[in-house]
Design a protein around this ligand. Structure first.
Ligand code: NDP
Length: 437
């Protein structure tokens, strides 16, 4: 059994079985058997079952959101959006079965991290099920509760036994078995770049298909001609949302040197006003970090760095950390280069467009980013120049379920969401039929 902790209080919330190798193999074998009948379900019926699953999620939206607040420390506003996102993604892919021709990959193994337990699970299982695959899903050990509940809701909605199985347990046991078990023909992984590389190498052994969604160190580029008030008001949430535990966090802020001082003066009150409090409160903008170990890791980046200013966080129990803005002394600073995965923003000035693009690209990652300018030509040139999978101009959105999401360089491989995701759950088979009599 594994104790599941509420990160806002440090207290044990539940105990969840940590399944071993034999139980993982049994789940995979059940999924393999279920594939035979699931692929035969008529497209219209498969679509109907997915819509019923979406309705079940919608009917339990408040329960799922409250569970996530307690398990992951997400603000209630975010958690409601996340449960709604699972419903929306299921409904979106429920439109797919009738429009696809019969090409499936039998069993798909999905490995989910702790930072967005519900949406990332849904981005994997919804298109996989729609494409006719069966699914085994491993939630992160820290945040298994909503995934387990989604598994129950799938059964209640009529998804047949074995088609979608949640297998809680350790990454090195359950997740690793998804990589090595020959019946799992595709692995979807979201998490750290290090583990992602090991999974890709492991999948090579069986030439197993893999989708990777890994880390990020995204740039928020603010040009002198931008609406600075708006850009400064939006910058805190772009990096502190979900306590910075977001692969799309705009954790590097690049500000054109001619407006650098003015922009920091606008940013400071916005950071100090960012509300860090009990995530169950409707007013909360940020909750705690996920664990004590993670808080130690985040704090190590602040260490002897130059702090420009910081917000407030509760002092009591739980893994709290204040929103913190650091001045980068050079692009070699550890907090500038590495994914902190916490509420820490690094700031650096730039001279001109060319330097902004060069600095934004000076990273092994390429997941997301933002450009703030009123000059449309500049917005398009910089969008072309920055090597990243999702960019927003004069806003900070990265995810809409109807458009593709994924990274360039070491941020990942393949695309989730949108029409593209379905292709990664299907194989092309070319059958020649002789018409000789
Ligand atoms: P990991 O990459 O270790 O974990 C992500 C998932 O992979 C979890 O379900 C984990 O299981 C599983 N896993 C771990 N090891 C293996 C393995 N050998 N084979 C198969 N599955 C495995 O991330 P961490 O939780 O350790 O976070 C560390 C850092 O990674 C963060 O600080 C952040 O920088 C980055 N990260 C990035 C994310 C993103 O969205 N891109 C998401 C999460 C983390 P288990 O729960 O048992 O550990």
């Amino acid at each position: 059994m594994t104790d599941v902790i509420n990160p806002a209080t440090g207290t044990v919330l539940a105990s969840v079985p940590s399944l071993g190798l034999a139980e993982t193999d049994a789940a995979i074998e059940r999924a393999q058997q279920a594939f035979g009948s699931w692929r035969q379900v008529a497209p219209g019926d498969r679509a109907r079952l997915l819509r019923r699953f979406a309705t079940a999620v919608d009917d339990h939206l408040a329960e799922l959101a409250e569970l996530e607040v307690r398990n992951a420390g997400h603000t209630i506003g975010n958690a409601r959006w996340e449960a709604g996102n699972v419903r929306d993604v299921l409904n979106y892919y429920a439109g797919a079965p009738e429009r696809m021709s019969g090409r499936q990959i039998p069993v798909v193994g999905i490995i989910v991290p702790w930072n967005f337990p519900m949406p990332i699970a849904g981005w994997g299982f919804a298109p996989a099920l729609a494409a006719g695959n069966t699914v085994v899903l491993k939630p992160a050990e820290l945040t298994p509760l909503t995934a387990i509940r989604l598994g129950e809701l799938a059964l209640e909605a009529g998804i047949p036994e074995g088609v979608f199985t949640v297998v809680p347990g350790a990454g090195s046991v359950v997740g690793q078995r998804f990589v090595t078990h020959p019946a799992v023909r595709k692995v979807c992984f979201t998490g750290s770049t290090g583990v992602g590389k090991a999974i890709m190498a492991g999948c090579a052994d069986q030439v197993k298909r893999v989708t990777l969604e890994l880390g990020g160190k995204s740039a928020n580029i603010v040009f002198a001609d931008a609406d600075l008030e708006k850009a400064a008001a939006a910058a805190p949430a772009s990096v502190f949302d979900n306590a910075g535990q977001d692969c799309c966090a705009r954790s590097r802020l690049l500000v054109q040197d001619s407006v650098y001082d003015r922009f920091l003066a606008l940013l400071e009150p916005a950071v100090k006003a960012f509300r860090v409090e009990d995530p169950a409160l409707a007013t909360a903008e940020m909750g705690p970090l996920i664990s004590a170990a993670h808080r130690t890791s985040v704090a190590s980046y602040v260490g002897d760095a130059e702090v420009a200013f910081a917000g407030e966080a509760p002092n009591g129990d739980g893994w709290w950390f204040p929103p913190t803005v650091l001045l980068a002394r050079s692009t070699g600073d550890r907090h500038w280069r590495e994914e902190v995965f916490g509420p820490v923003l690094s700031v650096l000035p730039f001279r001109d467009e060319a330097e902004a693009i060069a600095l934004a690209n000076d990273t092994e990652y390429g997941l997301s980013g933002s450009i703030w300018t009123r000059d449309l030509g500049q917005a398009l040139r910089v969008s072309r120049g920055v090597e990243t999978g999702a960019l927003s101009v004069n806003s900070h959105s990265s995810v809409r379920y109807w458009t593709p999401f994924g990274g360039m360089k070491q941020s990942g491989l393949g695309r989730e969401l949108g029409p593209d995701a379905l292709h990664s759950f299907t194989d092309v088979k070319n059958v020649f039929i002789s018409t000789d009599s």
